[in-house]
Structure formats: C-alpha cells, structure tokens
Design a protein around this ligand. Sequence first.
Ligand SMILES: *[C@@H]1O[C@H](CO)[C@@H](O)[C@H](O)[C@H]1NC(C)=O
Ligand SMILES: *[C@@H]1O[C@H](CO)[C@@H](O)[C@H](O)[C@H]1NC(C)=O
Ligand SMILES: *[C@@H]1O[C@H](CO)[C@@H](O)[C@H](O)[C@H]1NC(C)=O
Ligand SMILES: *[C@@H]1O[C@H](CO)[C@@H](O)[C@H](O)[C@H]1NC(C)=O
Ligand SMILES: *[C@@H]1O[C@H](CO)[C@@H](O)[C@H](O)[C@H]1NC(C)=O
Ligand SMILES: *[C@@H]1O[C@H](CO)[C@@H](O)[C@H](O)[C@H]1NC(C)=O
Length: 585
Amino acid sequence: MSKRRKMKIFLLLLLFLCEAQSRATSRPNFVVLIADDLGIGDPGCYGNKTLRTPNIDGLAKGGVKLTQHLAASPLCTPSRAALMTGRYSIRSGMASRSRVGVFLFSASSGGLPSSEITFAKLLKTQGYATALIGKWHLGIHCHNKTDFCHHPLNHGFDYFHGLPVTNLRDCKPGHGTVFMSGIRLLVFIPLQVIAIALLTLAVLKWLGLCHVPPAVFFCLIFLAALILASLLCFLHYFRPLNCFLVRNYNITQQPLSYDNLTQRLTEDASQFIRRNAKKPFLLVMSYLHVHTALFASKDFAGKSQHGIYGDAVEEMDWSVGQIMNVLEELSLANDTLVYFTSDQGAHVEEVTSRGEVHGGSNGIYKGGKANNWEGGIRVPGLLRWPGVLQAGLEIHEPTTNMDIFPTVVKLAGSPLPEDRIIDGRDLMPLLLGKRQRSEHEFLFHYCNFYLNAVRWHPPNSTSIWKAFFFTPKFAPEGANGCFPTHVCLCYGHFVTHHHPPLLFDLSKDPRERNPVSPTTEPRFQEILETMQRAVDRHAQTVQRVPNQLSLGNILWKPWLQMCCSSFFSLSCQCDQETQDGPVSH
Ligand SMILES: *[C@@H]1O[C@H](CO)[C@@H](O)[C@H](O)[C@H]1NC(C)=O
Ligand SMILES: *[C@@H]1O[C@H](CO)[C@@H](O)[C@H](O)[C@H]1NC(C)=O
Ligand SMILES: *[C@@H]1O[C@H](CO)[C@@H](O)[C@H](O)[C@H]1NC(C)=O
Ligand SMILES: *[C@@H]1O[C@H](CO)[C@@H](O)[C@H](O)[C@H]1NC(C)=O
Ligand SMILES: *[C@@H]1O[C@H](CO)[C@@H](O)[C@H](O)[C@H]1NC(C)=O
Ligand SMILES: *[C@@H]1O[C@H](CO)[C@@H](O)[C@H](O)[C@H]1NC(C)=O
C-alpha cells in the first residue's frame, strides 16, 4: 500500500471515529411538556390509582421522577416566566402587587420584558429550531398592535401556534365566568345600593315626607340599566376578544373552538418534530389542559372515572403518548430529553355551583394553586432521556422548574448569561448521580410580589425546613382553600402574618400539619436565624424593575386588541384552523 493510500485510510478512519463520537455526545433535542393546573396527585406514577395516565407514567418508568419538584410560583404567569428565564419572577417584574396575579386580557400591555433571556432564545443562537405550541400567557404587545414585544416570536421561538392568553371558563359558553367576585363587587353591590335608594325614595314620597323630582328616579333607573348593559357587554365580548388562537402573528381562530383542539395542537407538534428531525430542536408543548373550562374530544369525553376533569387529564396523556410515538418512529427518543411538569398545583377551589369538582388532586399535600403550601408548588417533574438518564430513578431532593433553564442551555452548548442572576441550577449532576444533594440549599417561595416562605435543606442533615412569614386565611373555616375569592390572595386581610415565622420540617411532616415550636425543636431560634440571614442575602440581589402586572399593564387597552375582522364590525370572528390548519389534508 502506498504511503498516501495509508494516510487516506487513516484519515477516513479518524473522520468516522469523530463522527461516531459526536453523535454519542451530540446535543440532544428537547421536548418540554407543561400541563396547566395539574396536581401532583393526578398522574398514576405519583400514586393515583384511578386516573389513567399511562403515557406520563411511561416517562417516569423510562426516566427520572422528581418527588420534590417545585414550581417557582403557584400561579400561571409568574411560574411560566420563571420557567422560561430560570429566574424568580420578581426579577422580571412578572409578580403582581395587587389582587390579580395573571394576565386576563389579550389587549393588556404587560408581559415578559424583551430584555429577559428565555432558554429558547439561547437555543436558537445555537442553531436549534424552536417552537411553542399551546398556551403562552406572558403578554403580547407593549405600545401598539404591531410591536409584538412580549410575543413568543420575540422570545426565541421560531414558531408559535396556540393561545396567547389562557384558557378560562369564559372561553366556553355555558361554563360560567371567572369574574364572579369582580362582578359581585362592581355590579351586584351597586345595583343593590340603587335598588335600596329607589325603594327608600319611593316610600318617602308615598308617605309625603319629601318631594322627590321624577328626574331623580329616572337617573337612578338609567344608572342601573347602564351597569347591567356594561355587564352584558363584558360577558358577551370577553370570549372573542380574549379566547383566540394564533399561528405566529396571525389569528387563525376567533373565538377558539374546542372541537378536536388537543388533536389539532398535537398534530402540529408532531409535524414540527418531523420537519426538524434532522437538526436539533426545542419543542415546548404547553397544554391548555387541565385548566377550566375543561374540555375533551369525543374519544375521551365521559370515559374517565373522574368526570370531565379526568377526561381532560386522560386526553392530555394521550397527547403526550402521540408525541413520544413520533420520537420513537423517527428514532429520536435516545437523542431527546423530555421534561414533563405542571405550572403549579391543582386548583382546589374549582368546584362548580352544582358541586362538580373541576380541580385536580394534590395528593397528601395541603392547599393548592395560588398558595405556597406544598399542594400549590410541589408538582410532577419527570425527565426522560434513554441511554443517558437511569430509567426508574427517583430523586427526593428539592429541585425547581427554574432548573430547566441552565440544564437545557448547558446541554445545548450555550454559555449561561453572565449579566444577570440565574436562580435555577443545572440538574444533570443530580440526574446522573454525580451529586447526591441538591444545589438549592435555600429556595424562596413567592406569592406574587411577596416573599411568602423560605425553604432550607441544610447541607449536613436530612431536614427540609420551611418557614412561612404569612399564610393565607382559608375560608370557609376548615376548608383547604379560599373559596369565597376562588383563589387565595397574598396580602392585606387575606393573610395571617406570623412572628416568629411558622416553621415546619417537611422531611417529617410533608402535610404541614404540625409546626415545630421552641419546645419541640431546641434549635428553633437558630434555624430561623439562619433562614432569615438567607432571606436578607437574597433580598439584596432583588432589584426594582417595572411591574408588568400593575393595574395599568393588566387593563384592557382597546388599541392593542387583536381582531381578525374589522374591529369596528364588533364581531372578531374567523376560522382558518379547519381550512388550512394542520388537521386538514
Ligand atoms: C409601534 O411601536 C414600536 C415600538 O415602540 C415603534 O417602533 C413602531 O413604529 C410603532 N408602530 C406604529 C405603527 O406606530
Ligand atoms: C399573516 O397574515 C399576513 C397578512 O394577512 C400574510 O401576509 C402572512 O403570510 C400571514 N402569515 C402567516 C404565517 O400565515
Ligand atoms: C374530530 O376528529 C374526529 C376524528 O378525526 C372526526 O371524526 C370529527 O369529525 C372531528 N370533529 C370536528 C368537530 O372536527
Ligand atoms: C386521582 O385523581 C382524581 C382526580 O383529580 C382525584 O379525585 C383522586 O382523589 C385521585 N386519587 C388519589 C389517590 O389521589
Ligand atoms: C436507546 O437507548 C436504550 C438504552 O440505552 C438502548 O437499549 C436502545 O437500544 C437505544 N436505541 C437506539 C435506537 O439506539
Ligand atoms: C449544620 O450546619 C449548620 C450550619 O451550616 C450549623 O448551624 C448546625 O449546627 C449544623 N447541625 C448539625 C446537626 O451539625
């Protein structure tokens, strides 16, 4: 053999080895599956025996199950902001100081600031194809209808198909309204006052005690009619103006239809994977399930043992299975890290006026959505990556949904941003068994803007201390939630402050039933002092930023309203989903 020929073979061999090597360690694809309001007591792999979730359970069987996985916040908008950016939502201003902690109108001006860096943005710079399918809920516009400053496409996603705001009861006719307490305050009370005033005046006039000009009666009746008319308008227009689907910047269905909705979005997700099978991709599948208004297609409706809530969970599980099937079919499963979680705990107060339970189960845990008892923040956390992560492993250490950011970013080969604090920690050392302890010695549990509780996992012990600075006032007495307000609120007379803080050891008392006291825990004072020092250190890192959920930022601004027909025609109706949508052939 000539020297040259030998050289050539050697080089070819080298090339082959390099290729094989790079394939083995090449950057994985990512599929991030986010359920809405799913409780940790719902999936079978977390102990539910009657709800059927074989596909979600399959992720646990073939991957790692986290048993102390914590949402950074117990509410949609802040929890999702934290997941996307790896930072407590207070750092991006996505933390409300007033009553409403989430965006309710598509035409409001708050949202995830463009200055924030999502993992999608970093993956895109690494050559990943990126898509968000389903719910966003992190804002759309800032100043005008063309800026799309908060839109997913401005946050690193190449493709968006789904719901810019959130699924609500008001999106489905006949399913009631989430604005009940607002309507009581703004409509029923004023109407009652007017009715009493009218009656009093009528009686006085009848008794001849005073002269009331007819104009006064007329004005009061007119005012009452005006209030009623505004209410009817609000209820009538809420749905088309806020419940619509978009593809990238264009509305595809307004108002949205629930017919085969999960199927449509799932099919679109599958097509995205197929389109990008040959290059690295990130798919964030952000389910509308299982937030109210609950829905399920014909194949799932009435099939579960838990009413329409169970049907919705089982349909979502089916969708997870469809996506896993596509990965199998394209032989991508071993090259894909799949993560499944819920944005917060189940919504305990979701019970209809007829007593039908529309919220899920938080298992043994207290409380739920919108409060920082374990039921509100301890969520399913599953990670599957065959050949890399050990199948069937369970990890009981504290982890958070903010950890996904550094985990995914590092695996994609991107450096982490250095100009800002990232609160999440890379999960890989823990998942691979290279570390036994979570890097989160302390975690801070926010209720919107307010620091509600702190968690401490001391390096030299098995204890998980959790100290509450305040707790929500559950109502009615003895309930497991705040039923009169539909969600617990974080401030004022809605909470009880604790001095000293209410302290639990979750390793012994995961249900948070028995707070420890100086008599049951001799180191009581010392523990609280250590936690307080951690809080002080943390507080120093929190900077003042514009409040994205201020009253001005959450109000409806007509000039930001998206409408697929002329806004002045007052209809905002169209449907391209079924014409050129992914399900049509
Ligand atoms: C919308 O706002 C952006 C940013 O403030 C600005 O650059 C753009 O010119 C505005 N467009 C219109 C049509 O006013
Ligand atoms: C969105 O609508 C505009 C104008 O109607 C059209 O030019 C554009 O192609 C549409 N984009 C998509 C992604 O459908
Ligand atoms: C939903 O999908 C099923 C199965 O593909 C189909 O038979 C049905 O007609 C669809 N329903 C609607 C309302 O599109
Ligand atoms: C299973 O989930 C259903 C629906 O959320 C719930 O009613 C039931 O209590 C759960 N079972 C367990 C054992 O948690
Ligand atoms: C995927 O990984 C698993 C576990 O290591 C292995 O058994 C299987 O053969 C791999 N599949 C492919 C297609 O490489
Ligand atoms: C554990 O460590 C902390 C400080 O890191 C210390 O205050 C405490 O006394 C230690 N506890 C035990 C049981 O060693």
